[in-house]
Design a protein around this ligand. Sequence first.
Ligand SMILES: Cc1cc2nc3c(=O)[nH]c(=O)nc-3n(C[C@H](O)[C@H](O)[C@H](O)COP(=O)(O)OP(=O)(O)OC[C@H]3O[C@@H](n4cnc5c(N)ncnc54)[C@H](O)[C@@H]3O)c2cc1C
Length: 275
Amino acid sequence: MGKNVLIVFAHPEPKSLNGSLKDVAVERLTANGHRVVVSDLYAMNFKATADGADFLARNNAERLNYMEESRNAYENGTQAADVAAEQTKLKDADAVIFQFPMWWFSMPAILKGWVERVFAAGLTYGVGQHGNGRWGDRYGEGKLMGRRSMLSLTCGGLPSQFGPRGVNGSLDDLLFPIQHGILYYPGMDVLPPFVVYQSRRQTLDDWPRLKSEYEKRLDGLFTDGSLPFRLQNGGHYDDQQVLKPGLGAGESGTRIHLLQPGDPPQAMPATTGKA
Ligand SMILES: Cc1cc2nc3c(=O)[nH]c(=O)nc-3n(C[C@H](O)[C@H](O)[C@H](O)COP(=O)(O)OP(=O)(O)OC[C@H]3O[C@@H](n4cnc5c(N)ncnc54)[C@H](O)[C@@H]3O)c2cc1C
């Protein structure tokens, strides 16, 4: 049965390589029977800055506390219309694809702004019980559980430069704040990223190969395995949220947060909490 897919597209030029990859996703997923919605952030002139204008009513008009006002506005229906509209697309989606060029080792500012504004308190963070041994519903639990997500990005650098000993730092580490900190945090499953390296060296001769590689990944959007991040509340972390001794052996850095063969089973979340 067809599913709902949201593509969040962050590139100022529709004819760019990123624009072509976005078009491929729309065509392929539609041909596969899915319903696709695109948030073309530059075309929408999406407001990237999180500020007091995001709230139609304020709890405290004297001093802005963005997190508190975010929760208040989310719960009381007083968010800016563009934020509420993007949240509706997000909640309706069974999978979310983020299409962007790597800019300064991360996502373009307009996309980071989309996350900051759309991922409201009470929807994506500050969810569940905090205190008495619980640190909330996050990292594998939360209101976006049951959804899949995938980064599709282009980088100027070579694969070797993003490898385990590459000068740029490993791509797994660079994407950890996005894949683990933004997507897994509110409960989404995260598929391995689709990456075009040396993007500026690509030519139209390379395009049929790139297109076909991406189409294969799109065909697996609802069947491919996701990154095996550990559950926060699954028993692998201690009461201070530190990975327990003996787990992550032989790994370092952010890779210790991936399950390894032979790890003890995790307690699965009790609730789905789907938004
Ligand atoms: C501010 C900034 C910061 C950056 N920081 C980093 C960084 O930290 N790390 C890093 O690795 N890189 C970085 N880069 C490089 C950046 O990642 C690349 O410029 C980007 O990935 C290129 O993607 P594009 O869609 O803009 O490509 P485009 O410039 O649109 O296209 C790239 C090439 O693909 C060809 N192409 C092939 N097929 C097609 C098709 N079907 N449609 C369109 N074009 C096609 C084009 O002809 C062109 O030669 C940065 C760039 C900027 C501007």
